[in-house]
Design a protein around this ligand. Structure first.
Ligand code: GLU
Length: 471
């Protein structure tokens, strides 16, 4: 039996300075599709625009890919480095009669369009050089243009959009190689995709028109066309084209907000793709379920509330070590100091009581502040009001009682409840001073959780510090 062809997908971002979430989602779809099928996922940097393609802009793409965990096979390909190859193909097309030399100058083309406009004709340029006898060719600079079919239609059989027809009389003889010898984008994409063995072109539907032109190059050269899959773009919640005013458009902005990468993958996967009613899923499930048939034809809408709930679900079910790794990455990314060993150990121990309702990494850090802070703890204003003279007296007594108590939840609960009752108080009344002493805050995890996480010695030291405060 013939070996089924190996699937090869790619992401081909133009470096613009950030990695847009649309690009991230396209990369993710390509990655899921290839990875689940034992295929290859390639990265090509479309860096032919030399003004924009700085090393920093390329780095921003690599950073976005790495943060999202989208590993690519082999080295990233630079489109610019392949310019000689693109030119070679343009010349091969010329030699085979699929393209022709066009000696028209910019001014002549402009004049043609002006005249067409004035006469109310289509401004699509029809070069007089298409059928010119080569003996009439001048000895001057020329562009190489595709000899595109004039009649009939170019039909793109798209895995998402269905069959899309483009009338050939509305497509001009596009330039493949400019008169200065530089290849056009349209040619470069096709040559690169062919040379890279790309079998599936999955990208934004803003490239659907390009697919028609690119298909003409494939067909002229007799190359096997890839499967086309043009995904609707991401829109804002109001249905308009996504822009800054809808929220962050760069994927790293989400990293900086403290969205865990696995949650971002889940969220982006659901943006324009569905599997029944499943909203929350793991990477393994996404890999198992993802298919082009699940991509919708309507633009997906960015919904930051939903992202919150997706992030909350992932945080709650992630294992503690993975969360600690996410937090370490988040602190480094946002330029915050790394955790000390003690902070790391305490936070890891506290994770069970922090991750349940947190929707982002900074929320975990905020809730886990008691595990990160060091003595002497200065209570904030809301906490300080709980440390009046009476409360300090109770804390002092409690410290003595806890000196020899065994350090487990039952004993701590019994001891603290008993201490409250001895003063005719409900336990809740004691919680305020305890939170103030242990965390310096009035909103914290339960006092038992805090005491168990930081341990006897640190707990008693913090209680002693608070009991002996002035004021
Ligand atoms: N460089 C193009 C972009 O960033 C993508 C080209 C393609 O996927 O064919 O939009």
């Amino acid at each position: 039996m013939a070996q089924p062809q190996q699937i090869v997908t790619r992401i081909a971002p133009s470096p613009t300075g950030i990695m847009h979430i649309g690009t991230a989602r396209t990369a993710l779809f390509n990655w899921l599709f290839a990875r689940a099928r034992g295929g290859q996922f390639l990265l090509r940097i479309e860096d032919t625009d030399r003004a924009r393609s700085t090393p920093e802009a390329t780095q921003a793409i690599l950073d976005g890919m790495r943060w999202l965990g989208l590993d690519w096979d082999g080295e990233a390909v630079s489109q610019f480095a392949r310019v000689p190859r693109h030119a070679e193909i343009a010349r091969a097309m010329l030699a085979r009669g699929h393209a022709y030399k066009c000696f028209a100058t910019q001014d002549e083309i402009e004049a043609y369009r002006e005249a067409a406009r004035a006469e109310g004709r289509s401004t699509l340029y029809h070069s007089p050089w298409r059928d010119a006898d080569p003996t009439s060719h001048p000895d001057g600079p020329y562009a190489i243009r595709l000899k595109a079919p004039r009649e009939g239609a170019t039909v793109i059989d798209d895995a998402v959009q269905g069959s899309v027809t483009f009338r050939n009389d509305q497509l001009d003889d596009m330039v493949l190689l400019r008169s200065d010898g530089t290849p056009t984008y349209m040619l470069a994409v096709v040559v690169d995709d062919v040379d890279m063995g790309v079998t599936h072109v999955i990208r934004g539907d803003d490239h659907l028109n390009n697919a028609a032109r690119q298909a003409q190059i494939y067909r002229a050269m007799g190359w096997a066309e890839p499967v086309w899959a043009h995904i609707p773009l991401i829109h804002g919640p109001d249905g308009k084209k996504l822009s800054k005013r809808h929220g962050a458009t760069g994927v790293m902005e989400y990293a900086e907000m403290g969205v865990p990468a696995c949650a971002m993958r889940n969220y982006l996967t659901r943006l324009g793709w569905s599997h029944g009613d499943d909203e929350l899923f793991t990477d393994a499930q996404a890999l198992e379920w993802f298919d082009l048939s699940g991509i919708g034809r309507a633009p997906a809408r960015l919904d930051l509330k939903k992202l919150d709930s997706v992030a909350g679900w992932h945080i709650a079910q992630m294992d503690d070590a993975a969360l600690m790794a996410e937090i370490t990455g988040y602190l480094a990314l946002t330029g915050q100091p790394a955790l000390s060993q003690t902070q790391h150990d305490r936070l890891a121990r506290a994770m069970y009581c922090l991750k349940d309702r947190a929707k982002s990494l900074p929320e975990i850090l905020e809730k886990g502040q008691f595990a990160l802070t060091a003595r002497p703890i200065s209570p904030d204003a809301a906490a300080a009001v709980h440390l009046d003279a009476v409360s300090r007296g109770i804390l002092r007594e409690l410290t003595a009682q806890l000196q020899h108590a065994s350090w487990d939840r039952d004993t701590l609960e019994a001891t603290l409840t008993h201490a409250a009752e001895a003063h005719g108080l409900k336990f809740g009344k004691l919680a305020g001073p305890l939170r103030a002493a242990l965390a310096g805050r009035s909103v914290t995890p339960s006092v038992f959780d805090m005491m168990l996480v930081i341990g006897r010695e640190e707990s008693l030291d913090r209680l002693t510090d608070a009991a002996s405060r002035d004021g």
